[in-house]
Design a protein around this ligand. Sequence first.
Ligand code: AHR
Length: 510
Amino acid sequence: MTTHTPTNSAPSISVFPTHRVSKIDRNIYSGFTEHMGRCIYTGIYDPTNPNKDLITTEGFRKDVLEALRPLDIPVFRYPGGNFCATYHWQDGIGPRDQRPARPELAWGNIESNHFGTDEFMAWCKAVNAEPYLCLNFGTGTLDEAMAWLEYCNGTKDTYYANLRRKNGHTEPYNVKYWALGNEMWGDWQLNQMTQEAYADRAFQWAKALKLLDPTIQLILCGKEGPTSWDYHTLKHCLRPAGLSDLGEERFPLVDMHSIHIYTASEDHYENVTAPLAAERAIEVCSSLIDLAFVENKLPPTQKRPTICFDEWNVWSPPRAPGSAGAEEVYTLSDALAVAVWLNVFVRKSKDVGMACIAQSVNVISPLMTNEKGIVKQTTWWPYELFCRFMKGHTIAVHVACDAYTGPTKPNWVRATKETPWLDVSATVDDDGYVTVCVVNMHLDSDLKTAFAGPAGVKVTVYSITGSDAKGTNMAGKEEVGMTESEWDSSKDADFVFPKCSVTMLRWKIT
Ligand code: AHR
């Protein structure tokens, strides 16, 4: 929780490590790998790369694995996105030379199916993450979805569990997270649905899937959070699913509600304040979850679903179209926007059970590959710092500073959120480290800030900035990097947050 008081005088930040607001689910640092552009092929799987030293025996990019491993990314969503709507998982298992190539309609490609379920599970193991699978609500059937669940998790002597064993995978994959379709509201979606049609189908599929494996977590396909689609689907699906033969009510069916938002603007201030729309969306969506509880008269014992923000990032589709691979080139301004996005997830940790940056490699991604190696884009640095340090509990912070008052995108951010020059979140982890992330959005002013919290200790400072808000890391030179230094807070209680920067301050409490 971060509170803000507008002031024209010198800014101040007060951090309250003993005031724990809520536990952070590490799943807010999850990733997303879709069969889209160069994310899977040449991004994570590149068996034909001429540089054999770069590739594992399974065909995975070693440099990508080595870059991602230290981030300890907990979950990867797969195989889409929009790709799911025509994906038949059985095309992607068994001997590779017998797998069919298919037209891929979301992004206009040919899908070779050389990378499928078993390869994805092996890749998750290699990067030490859990898989999260998205079901085909476009051209797929419930039978097919249940077969996929049985293939992944089945332990008995049944057809699809045996097929997995026949393909060389004796142990079940125990896939916990399953999404009930992707963006089924969108007019770009194959078999786009009305909210009523989707909610009916999701409820019935959820019932069947949970009968087959009650241990899984199901993620409902919401929209952006504050929409009638979100209201209707929650209202329809957050209700009891009938009685078991023992007369017990069968619920809950839905464990999380998914929402997606992408932000972007060529204007720096619109760009960096846009993620605050996501903060408001989380607040409204969280209220819709409560409203479904109230209207459906659910008992207090019912587990309250969290929000699964399973696609978020800076993305302008006209600038980097999906059909052309969506290879966004990120600027310093975008790095600030990503830090604001992550501040939002930390501030809203009570409501957000998972968030997946879209995407993890090459497609609208902080991490890019070429034939020879990788490039860490500007947005890599805030993502890395949050994954490494912002864990444990969200703690209370108070910020007093002047605010940006110009236009926002969407314009309703202006009406519903404050936009202080300093965007802040703070955490305390289980080892007693306090970490505070401060984004100074101002393009022209360094902000000298009275910083109350560290109480005379040495503070490690991680700083992300550059000489130009439009600076990138893609043209062969790194214009935006991360530096580490130390601040002795016993000598000076003021800290200067440089203009257009992300600063992470970290110290240990006794
Ligand atoms: O992440 C890129 C695409 O954006 C996804 O496939 C889709 O779900 C969203 O519209």
